[in-house]
Design a protein around this ligand. Structure first.
Ligand code: GAP
Length: 449
């Protein structure tokens, strides 16, 4: 094997190990798996969902609850076709597609090197044509064209169409933002690389409305905010890189885009993005805003109200790519006695399970009773993200919890019955501490912060 092939094999095997861990430990499953799978769709298991929810909560806490200038929205996924006509998606949201004339396999024309010969069967490839990626559907029983609707390909439009409602309800002064977390759908020609390119995925987006002259200042500001959040959730920042997206590769609405790329095992590719959408969307939806003078100016009788179309800086985050990049950031292996043991070193604040509680032996009712009523039940009531684990011996339980990424394992042993203390084992150091049961809640709370 050449050095490059060796490197590729190693990198592919990291993805294989992660996909297998995600299935084995109940994070992510192939969509419609028992019927052979549906390409580009995934189902989330208990731990993957917990991780995804923690990521979304961390995002909402920083960008919505933690600010005075942000308004949340949860818009319908189905919207009238006029929304997507005005936004330019009906006309322009397409990828170049090429089809093999022999085996009918379809490819993204911009992702294959040989545009003449099919890589699957060697057949002749046809002409490149534009393929619109929106999922079309009909609303109601009518099948005429006015009933056509689309599953949204970005959450952004759900915010633009509620701009007026938000302004009328809350009277925000510029600059202010709208934020939404929700599903988006794209009929990707070639979904691939596990959670990276799917047909159904989730986005966390902000539309930040500003005066046009301020766009550069806020573009820089949001770049910083995005980086801070990535660091906060525990992404490996040495794998995150900024890319100034050239004009020809930018979306139809963007005058400037910076992508945050991540070093995935399958290459350096987009993780999140930041775009300057100008007044493109509000203008096309025929929406405007009365910009009033600042309070001090108004009181001094200076300045006057003007009707403007605010400009927009848009920080956008894919939830699923955040999960994938985070798992890749925290995945580690410990090699001991010829065995490889995988770990997920999640920060306690983001880990799907904050601690697991075990009785040392599951056939000793006094240990089980103590562990259940005096340790597990109060921790579960306080933190929610607490697992009960009495399967196999202690070594096996530690290994299982390491794979899930549980930072702490709490064991109730015979001494606990007399000293009311438990052994707390740290996932990353393997060190064990004796902690009083009465202090456990406080101990864990400090670790989550
Ligand atoms: N509103 C702007 C917008 O939708 P985008 O770059 O097309 O911009 C935003 O998508 C984010 O959504 C991306 O940075 C990525 O994290 C995520 N994303 C896009 N397409 C995806 C797909 N097919 N599967 C998973 N995530 C995707």
């Amino acid at each position: 094997m050449t050095k490059d092939t060796k490197e590729n094999a190693r990198e592919n095997s990291v993805m294989e190990k992660i996909i297998s861990l995600c299935k084995r430990r109940g994070f992510v499953f192939q969509g419609s798996e028992i019927y052979g799978g549906l390409g580009g769709t995934f189902d989330w298991g208990h731990y993957g969902l917990a991780l995804k929810n923690n990521i979304k909560k961390a995002w909402w806490k920083k960008f919505v609850d933690g600010r005075k200038d942000m308004y949340g929205v949860d818009a319908a996924i189905l919207m009238r076709q006029e929304v997507w006509q005005a936004s330019g998606h009906v006309k322009g949201f397409a990828d170049p597609m090429i089809e093999c004339e022999k085996c009918k396999e379809k490819f993204r024309a911009d992702q294959i090197e040989d545009k003449k010969k099919c890589s699957e069967c060697g057949g002749k490839l046809g002409e490149v044509r534009q393929f619109n990626m929106m999922f079309q559907t009909k609303v109601g029983a009518s099948d005429n064209s006015s009933a056509t609707s689309y599953l949204r390909p970005e959450t952004a439009q759900g915010m633009f169409v509620n701009f007026k409602n938000t302004v009328d309800a809350f009277h925000p002064k510029l600059p202010f933002g709208m934020a939404q977390i929700g599903k988006a759908f794209r009929n990707e020609i070639t979904p691939r690389d596990f959670l990276f390119r799917q047909r159904e995925f989730e986005q966390m987006e902000i539309e930040y409305f500003i005066r046009s002259e301020d766009w550069e200042k806020y573009f820089e500001y949001w770049k910083g905010e995005m980086m801070d959040w990535m660091e906060e959730i525990g992404l490996d920042m040495s794998k995150v890189h900024e890319l100034e997206v050239p004009k020809e590769d930018r979306a139809h609405y963007s005058s400037r885009t910076v992508d945050f790329e991540f070093d995935y095992p399958f290459g350096k590719k987009e993780l999140f993005g930041l775009a300057y959408r100008t007044d493109f969307d509000l203008k096309n939806h025929k929406l405007d805003y009365i910009d009033e003078p600042a309070d001090a100016e108004a009181m001094a009788g200076k300045g006057k109200s003007t009707k403007i179309v605010p400009h927009v800086v848009e920080p956008t985050f894919g939830v699923d790519r955040a999960v994938l990049a985070l798992i890749l950031s925290v995945y580690a292996e410990d090699k001991k006695d010829g065995e490889t043991r995988p770990f997920l070193k999640f920060k306690p604040s983001i880990a799907p399970v904050i601690c697991a509680v075990s009785p040392l032996l599951k056939n000793k009712p006094e240990l089980v009773e103590y562990a259940n009523t005096k340790v597990y039940a109060p921790l579960k009531a306080e933190f929610g993200r607490v697992a009960w684990d009495d399967n196999g011996n202690i070594g096996k339980r530690y290994r299982r919890q390491d794979e899930i990424g549980t930072p702490f394992c709490v064991v109730v042993d015979f001494d606990t019955l007399t000293d009311n203390a438990v052994t707390v084992r740290d996932r990353d150091t393997g060190e064990q501490e004796r902690i009083k049961v009465a202090d456990l809640g406080k101990y864990i709370k400090e670790k989550i912060l």
